[in-house]
Design a protein around this ligand. Sequence first.
Ligand code: ADP
Ligand code: MG
Length: 268
Amino acid sequence: MTTVDAISVSNLCKTFGGTRSLFGGRSHEIRAVKDVTLALNHGETLAIVGESGSGKSTLARMVVGLEVPTSGEMKIAGRDASALRAKGPRAFGQTIQYVFQDPVSSLNPRKTIGSILEAPLKRLKGYGGPRRRARMKELMDAVRMPTDALERYPHEFSGGQSQRIAIARALAAEPRIMVLDEPVSALDVSVQAQVLLLLEDLRNEFDLSYLFISHDLAVVEAISDRVAVMYFGEVVEVGSAERLFRSPQHEYTKKLISSAPRLETPTG
Ligand code: ADP
Ligand code: MG
């Protein structure tokens, strides 16, 4: 049996700017992602870590089709990413979903949670009428939220609850892969741990693969199987989380680890 990578990117690049302006000058060119080659294995959590501006979000946004690569190749679930997108939003959404940092702004304030979850369900086959309602309850259950949340509006929920709802909406599309860009960074530390545990349970329950982006090493250490370190647009080191935290190889990784507060060993 051959196993297909959930995501594989080869020599991926993204450059912003550098276009000629009306007045003849060239705008400053930013090479946000430089020649990144990386694979997310099926069933694993691969973290992308690096400081602000290192290109993590740009990489994530290219993978989910929100940003067009300048060059390079991307495969999702073994298929060329643009060919998969060309099959339409249902096929693409059933393969890969995106959850990002700010759960509050990601939920439409004028819609109940029920109607927020309804949109992705309407795209799928087999969720007409009563079955759709039952599925919404299942999704609330899956993210440990009460069923009556379906009748309520986003402003009635805390940041952590809102992120659970955003996760439920992503799950509604029945994806195999999730790209999570700083999904707990806006939450209090105590809430972060709960959402990380939830994500881990969901990954096992629904056989998901996660590309998990974070600038926070404590979070990365808690959730990831493997870690890729980004520095000025490049992946400078990739390895198992266990190996990378124990014996970082690249100078930048060493610096990052030695300067970060850890969950288990508070500094001072
Ligand atoms: P991170 O998520 O690691 O903080 P980003 O991918 O958001 O990093 O940004 C990487 C670099 O690309 C930064 O210098 C940022 O300013 C730049 N950048 C990101 N998006 C754009 C854009 N749409 N236009 C111009 N520059 C951008
Ligand atoms: Mg970012």
